[in-house]
Design a protein around this ligand. Sequence first.
Ligand SMILES: Cc1cc2nc3c(=O)[nH]c(=O)nc-3n(C[C@H](O)[C@H](O)[C@H](O)COP(=O)(O)OP(=O)(O)OC[C@H]3O[C@@H](n4cnc5c(N)ncnc54)[C@H](O)[C@@H]3O)c2cc1C
Length: 452
Amino acid sequence: MFRRDFIKNALSAIGAASLAKPAFGETPAGKPGEFREPARSVPLNSDYDIIVCGGGPAGIGAAIGAARSGMKTLVVESGGCLGGTWTRGQLSWVFDFKNGGICREITDRLDARGARHGGDWKDFVYEPDAMKIVLEDMASEAGADLLYFTNCVGAHVAGGEMKTLLTESKSGRQAWGAKIFIDCTGDGDVCARAGASFEMGSEGDGALQPCSFNAIVRVEDVDKLADRITAYKKEGLNGHVKATKLNLKDLLDVGIDPSYHMPTLFHLGGNILLMMFNHQYGVRCDSAADITRATVEARREVFKMAEALARTDSPWRNVRIIATCEQIGMREGRRVRGLYRVSLDDAVGGARHADAATRATFGVDIHAPDKESNRQKTIKNISTRPYDIPMRALVCRDVDRLMMAGRCISGDRIAHASYRVTGNAVDMGFSAGREAARLVSEGRTPHSLAAS
Ligand SMILES: Cc1cc2nc3c(=O)[nH]c(=O)nc-3n(C[C@H](O)[C@H](O)[C@H](O)COP(=O)(O)OP(=O)(O)OC[C@H]3O[C@@H](n4cnc5c(N)ncnc54)[C@H](O)[C@@H]3O)c2cc1C
């Protein structure tokens, strides 16, 4: 065979092979250990002005802010309720609420249902299930649409702007166009899918704050456990520390060295308490395997603790778990790079910004990253002065038409351990929703805020 014919035949064989479609059900060619997903068309919905990804404290704030400003707004939420860590995580205690705005509206509605117990307007105990109905009422009155049981799984960027969100649910894969997307997934999932840069954990060793798995328990007589229940407003931080020491002693007495050395109890009314007794270490928000392991281990530990305490002849006698959280509480995920990065200096120095999205007053509160340091010092605190979080920290630096609110905004790790609490998340979310609406009505994009 002539060399020319040989090359021609060889090329047509390669061409035929690459054009040949794999038979139905057959895996298409990819690198070993990889599956090359075939391209496909999916339904595209472009009805919305603003899409809020994640319906936690930040997401509900953003959705209400946008919808009340006249924007057609959708919230995409992977769970079956609004509230995120507030509800799915059974948090039961808020820090840094504001005496006005969206925070005050939530407080008043919880009060109308008799679902607040202890604390004042700034920090208080609430019932997680009442929070679910309060937030759904507020979202629907504002006119925001909700889409539950739906994961944000992809983000398409063109010309430096986020154009399309991809979701997966019982409805299959769907695509969503909008003028502005707000990532309120807590972990910055959408920004990461869009290819935006982010930080996670401490700079040197990537250490992360632990997760906690909360449980609601019923006790025989809540009054007998009064000295073990945290009531910040009565005795401040010292009272909290004293109460957790008693819980720690109770656990050590039944032969359990708990993963969290400040086991905390909140009173949800009647003989019902919230137990935050567990820490899970080294859990990455981008690892389903880590999150699964942590959830299984944590549930086991929490049941072991409750069952051991229930067998004692003590105020804990017959304590019973009545509900464990649906989602393990993730303190620390991605911190997406924004047009501004909030720093510890801002928090300690009381920074002021003309474009403030909220004013944080909570101190730095970092939980130990591993069991050993938890034994020595469970929580490291640093005092701060009231400081502003500028709207620019809520604008994704690398991708336009994409904003963040809540714990995934742009900041250093230590400042994050202060601004992450829920009063700040919901308030900055509300500001982000309103700002996104203003930008849309003025035909501008979030990157135009760079000049603020
Ligand atoms: C154990 C623990 C204790 C804490 N203690 C306190 C406290 O006492 N007081 C206080 O105020 N704050 C406390 N915090 C901090 C606070 O709870 C969080 O920082 C806050 O909830 C952040 O709000 P967020 O809306 O940014 O995120 P989240 O509350 O995490 O909400 C994110 C929402 O997005 C959804 N979501 C995530 N990924 C996707 C996806 N890919 N697609 C669709 N939806 C998605 C989730 O289901 C969730 O509803 C605590 C946190 C933890 C974990």
